[in-house]
Design a protein around this ligand. Structure first.
Ligand code: ZN
Length: 133
């Protein structure tokens, strides 16, 4: 069961510029972390019970680099927080939702994550996220 919006992922070319903007808005940077499996550097800003997650590519073949090339900077994914990620993936697949990740994989912030295919969701890249805490 989906509990909340865990975070909103926003693709940026320049992480420092992105951080500067959200700090101007008054959000407080929580952490910057590199996620080698996704070839991204991530900055988190808590915002109530959710977070803004800025994603900057660390390599040309990073999924975020490809996203920016195709669509430009902007909202890249929405992450829903779940309790039991493997069970959610099984349920989603049984309901005919196309998965990008059939198994959870490590995401930023110690979370386990998996993506659903935007072909199944009207063009929205949806992440299911089991937060560490
Ligand atoms: Zn995410």
């Amino acid at each position: 069961m989906i509990k909340k919006i865990s975070h909103i992922g926003i693709a940026v070319k320049d992480l420092d510029a992105g951080i500067a903007f959200y700090e101007k808005l008054g959000l407080v940077l929580e952490a910057v972390e590199e996620v080698p499996s996704q070839k991204v550097k991530v900055a988190f800003f808590p915002c109530g019970d959710t977070r803004i997650e800025l994603l900057a590519p660390t390599a040309e073949d990073s999924p975020i680099a490809k996203f920016i090339e195709k669509k430009g900077e902007g909202i890249q994914h929405i992450a829903f927080g779940v309790d039991d990620l493997p069970a959610e993936l099984t349920t989603a697949e049984a309901k005919g939702i196309q998965l990008i990740d059939k198994e959870p994989r490590p995401g930023a912030h110690g979370a386990d994550i998996a993506f659903l295919h935007p072909k199944s969701s009207g063009g929205v890249l949806i992440e299911l996220c089991k937060e560490k805490h």
